[in-house]
Design a protein around this ligand. Structure first.
Ligand SMILES: [Zn+2]
Length: 261
């Protein structure tokens, strides 16, 4: 992939909030259809900086080819959900968290606990669920814009993880479809041995968003071809309609967290 050449600045950003240290949280809106969707990079900052590179490249291609957005879709593109961590560099401890030292993918209101883990390493998940401005702003953006399906990009486990609640949205179906499109295996049980708390896609799956994580294979590359193919499939996907859990006879069990990174 041609990573050496910097891309031109994308056009028409809007801010949906500010980071802990006051950096703007940038998003881009493409298309104007009723089915709102989102792709999110960089929630783990510079430690997973390749996800910012990937989503920025996706944005660049889509802004050059707006005809690729189906008529019924609006796509929100958030290249970097954690600009403090992105600015801090690629270190696993300082580059992964926000300016207050909080792991933003442990701060959401799903089985939240103050001390979470990354693998077996303890990480600070904030003083309470949604204690951080970045997670509050992203939660509110999803709610206000009615986003019904999303992909959060991480690295570097080379897998797809799905939000824990499969009773309120087509989370499992999205993960399976994206596994077919990209070739990354879907790991419905999450990471063995890691108990993930406060995870974004787990939370979003409980509020009716089909939400998955795609883990790139390395911290340096963007796996461009398979992810561009995957994004096209995500845009063309017809989001299945789910009935509310109270009126549904399907399983409504909420399993333990199955996502990961
Ligand atoms: Zn991550």
């Amino acid at each position: 992939p041609p990573l050496a050449t910097p891309l031109p600045e994308p056009t028409n950003p809007f801010t949906y909030g500010l980071s802990f240290t006051g950096r703007p949280l940038w998003a881009y809106r493409l298309g104007d259809g009723p089915s709102a969707r989102a792709i999110v990079g960089g929630i783990h900052g510079g430690y997973e900086g390749d996800t910012v590179t990937l989503v920025r490249r996706m944005l660049h291609y889509l802004q050059a080819r707006p005809d690729l957005i189906p008529a019924d879709v609006t796509l929100y593109v958030i290249p970097c959900a954690n600009p403090d961590g992105y600015a801090a560099g690629s270190d696993v401890e300082t580059g992964r968290v926000n300016g207050r030292g909080v792991d933003l993918n442990r701060n959401w209101d799903y089985h939240w606990q103050m001390t979470a883990t990354h693998g077996t390493r303890p990480v600070f998940a904030g003083s309470e669920p949604f204690s951080e401005p970045e997670t509050r702003a992203l939660r509110d953006l999803f709610a206000e814009r009615g986003i019904e399906a999303t992909i959060f990009y991480h690295s570097a486990l080379g897998s797809i993880f799905s939000g824990a609640d499969r009773s309120r949205a087509a989370t499992f179906e999205l993960a399976e479809m994206m596994a077919q499109a990209t070739g990354y295996p879907h790991a419905p049980e999450g990471i063995r041995g890691q108990i993930t708390t406060g995870d974004a896609v787990d939370y979003l799956s409980t509020v009716g968003v089909a939400a998955i994580e795609i883990e790139l294979t390395t911290h340096e590359g963007i796996d461009w071809e398979r992810n561009w193919r995957g994004l096209r499939a995500f845009l063309d996907w017809d989001v299945p309609v789910y009935s509310s859990p109270s009126s549904s006879s399907s399983s409504s069990s909420i399993s333990n967290s199955t996502s990961s990174s």
